[in-house]
Design a protein around this ligand. Structure first.
Ligand SMILES: Cc1cc2nc3c(=O)[nH]c(=O)nc-3n(C[C@H](O)[C@H](O)[C@H](O)COP(=O)(O)O)c2cc1C
Length: 194
């Protein structure tokens, strides 16, 4: 079993995974927005909430703009997503009462927490979310008109899980929940001992 836990946890953590076989069916806007609602409640340093999400629904110019930035490997399967989402973060913030933007060190860390909430909410609702680092940031920035000062973290494909027979053979073999490192490789007491 690739997803046995060493300690009991809520099953949402092991039941969520990132399939690539997607049906391409339409997603209702309130459903998609509910995933961003979950992301909205993530914690962030000073409650700055640096995350920004730009989505495109399949069949719209917004979808095409995000899709165009993907590497060919991701284009091969993400074409069947119901929506594509660019996960963006603000690199600076304006502390209360100031006018000079300051570097915001945890923009990517905080936005990662928001993406995790999005992924879990999508899973709860019976949808798949699959993050992709394989995209051309310059193409995405231009396609979505993202200004300087905002970092493009990843693109997320959202869809309903489909039959893995629709995937190329090499991908069919990988279409399964993946294992994780043991706790002993990622947790230490008192001293960094990895
Ligand atoms: C930031 C990030 C970038 C990723 N990039 C890609 C990608 O470009 N293409 C892809 O097919 N999967 C990508 N993945 C999916 C990971 O491979 C997957 O999340 C990881 O293997 C763990 O599997 P799981 O999500 O099914 O639990 C990415 C995931 C993250 C979080």
């Amino acid at each position: 079993m690739s997803r046995e836990t060493e300690f009991p946890i809520h099953p949402q953590f092991t039941e969520r995974w990132s399939p690539r076989a997607l049906t391409g069916e339409a997603i209702e806007l309130p459903t998609l927005l509910s995933f961003f609602e979950a992301a909205r409640w993530a914690p962030s340093a000073s409650n700055v909430q640096p995350w920004r999400f730009v989505y495109g629904l399949k069949g719209t110019p917004g979808f095409e703009a995000i899709f165009a930035s993907l590497v060919d490997f991701n284009k091969g399967w993400a074409k069947n997503a119901s929506a594509l989402v660019a996960v963006i973060s603000a690199e600076t913030w304006l502390p209360h009462g100031t006018t000079e933007p300051l570097a915001f060190a945890t923009h990517a860390f905080d936005t990662g927490a928001a993406w995790a909430s999005l992924a879990l909410q999508a899973h709860h609702a019976g949808w798949v979310s699959h993050a992709m680092g394989g995209f051309d940031a310059a193409v995405l920035r231009q396609g979505l008109a993202v200004p300087a000062g905002f970092h493009l973290n990843c693109v997320v494909a959202i869809g309903k899980q489909g039959d893995k027979a629709m995937l190329a053979e090499a991908l069919q073999a990988r279409e399964a929940p993946s294992p994780r490192k043991p706790l002993s490789e990622i947790v230490a007491e008192g001293r960094f001992s990895f």
